[in-house]
Design a protein around this ligand. Structure first.
Ligand SMILES: NC(=O)c1ccc[n+]([C@@H]2O[C@H](COP(=O)([O-])OP(=O)(O)OC[C@H]3O[C@@H](n4cnc5c(N)ncnc54)[C@H](OP(=O)(O)O)[C@@H]3O)[C@@H](O)[C@H]2O)c1
Length: 327
């Protein structure tokens, strides 16, 4: 194995730059993965913008989070993970030929989906399944997923359906992407700029509201979810695609006995995220293997076109995940 590798660095300008850096060595509990494909998430482009050397911190870092590839080396205490295993997972610094990961943060690639599709799944699987678990979701319940055209939301709809949701309601801002959400199995799609979110949800749930909300949007959308959630229901804030600030009606929160929770797996303790991944493995990975849950891929670029990949995310053109294939 070479001692250096190609990596994409943020913090050197408005775009990632390619650099040769040292290949890291796995410590206790860590595995070294030879990446074959990596995927972009919203946080990757946000981090790139805030590290821009002209307008932001200028602090350089190896970019990326989600990857698929094979185990190249293992440290001590890495459980059943072995060199040569094909895995997908999440760890900072994934946009490089090799990435270090906690052994609890990689999963076997299900079925024969291959590296490109696998790289588009890890964050969506653990975030959406973890959020459903926190909401105490059970088969037969109804779920509202806001910002459902996001890379992770498109998978969230499919996980909820695969786990037996009675009804999945999903939002996008305009009608233009309603069809995209429908292909993932959503029963009702609400275009929030032209339709009243609360009213539509109540109409679709006999006036009761949904059992659980997975909110990727924040702002006014989160506020509109409270009166659209049934008594004793749960609202999980996952993302703030619109705004981090939201003015909510505390009467709706209290009179309906709602639970309003937040989760950010990028800021979880390693063991905690490991537990979330272990929890999804028996239920969700088989559904990926048999095609009930599929990644929605917008575009696959070679690593050399990382700028074009970031542009698709930054300009809100991507309809699903943007993938980079490693050299
Ligand atoms: N909690 C966690 O652990 C966790 C993990 C991963 C991601 N996240 C967060 O989850 C969210 C989704 O991540 P992602 O990578 O899947 O996102 P993404 O693919 O970049 O999301 C793209 C979608 O965002 C929607 N959007 C853009 N601006 C919006 C606005 N102002 N209001 C409402 N919708 C808007 C667009 O939907 P339309 O044009 O169709 O409306 C677009 O389809 C992000 O906020 C991310 O930070 C959280």
């Amino acid at each position: 194995m070479s001692h250096t590798m190609t990596a994409l660095l943020g913090g050197a300008g408005p775009d990632w730059v390619t650099r040769e850096v040292s290949v890291p060595e796995p410590g206790p509990g860590q595995v070294l993965v030879r990446t074959r494909a990596v995927s972009l998430g919203n946080a990757d482009v946000q981090m790139l913008a805030s590290a821009d050397s002209a307008s932001g911190s200028g602090n350089e870092y190896v970019a990326g989070y989600e990857f698929a590839g094979e185990i190249a080396a293992v440290g001590t205490d890495t459980g059943l993970v072995q060199v040569g295993n094909h895995v997908m997972g999440a760890s900072p610094g994934a946009f490089a030929e090799y990435v270090l990961a906690d052994h609890r943060h990689v999963m076997p690639i299900p079925g024969s989906i291959g590296h490109e599709k696998a790289s588009a799944l890890p964050t969506a699987l653990f975030t959406e399944h973890g959020a459903l678990a926190l909401a105490s979701f059970q088969a037969g319940q109804s779920v509202l997923i806001t910002g459902a055209t996001s890379g992770i939301g498109l998978v969230g709809v499919q996980i909820a359906k695969a786990l037996g949701a009675r009804t999945v309601l999903a939002t996008t801002r305009t009608d233009a992407r309603s069809g995209l959400v429908k292909t993932t199995g959503a029963d009702v799609v609400i275009a929030t700029t032209s339709q009243n979110l609360t009213k539509m949800v109540l109409e679709a749930t006999d006036g009761q509201g949904v059992d659980a909300v997975l909110d990727h949007v924040g702002g006014q959308t989160l506020a509109d979810c409270l009166p659209a959630t049934r008594v004793d229901g749960t609202i999980l804030n996952i993302g703030r695609l619109d705004q981090a600030a939201s003015t909510i009606d505390l009467d709706a929160l209290s009179y309906r006995h709602l639970r309003l929770l937040g989760v950010s797996y990028g800021f979880s303790r390693a063991a905690e995220l490991g537990g979330v991944i272990a929890g999804l493995t028996p239920h969700v990975l088989p559904a990926v293997a048999d095609g009930r849950i599929r990644p929605v891929i917008d575009t696959v670029f070679p690593l050399a076109q990382a700028k074009e990949a970031a542009d698709r995310m930054r300009t809100n053109q991507a309809q699903g995940k943007v993938v980079l294939v490693m050299p």
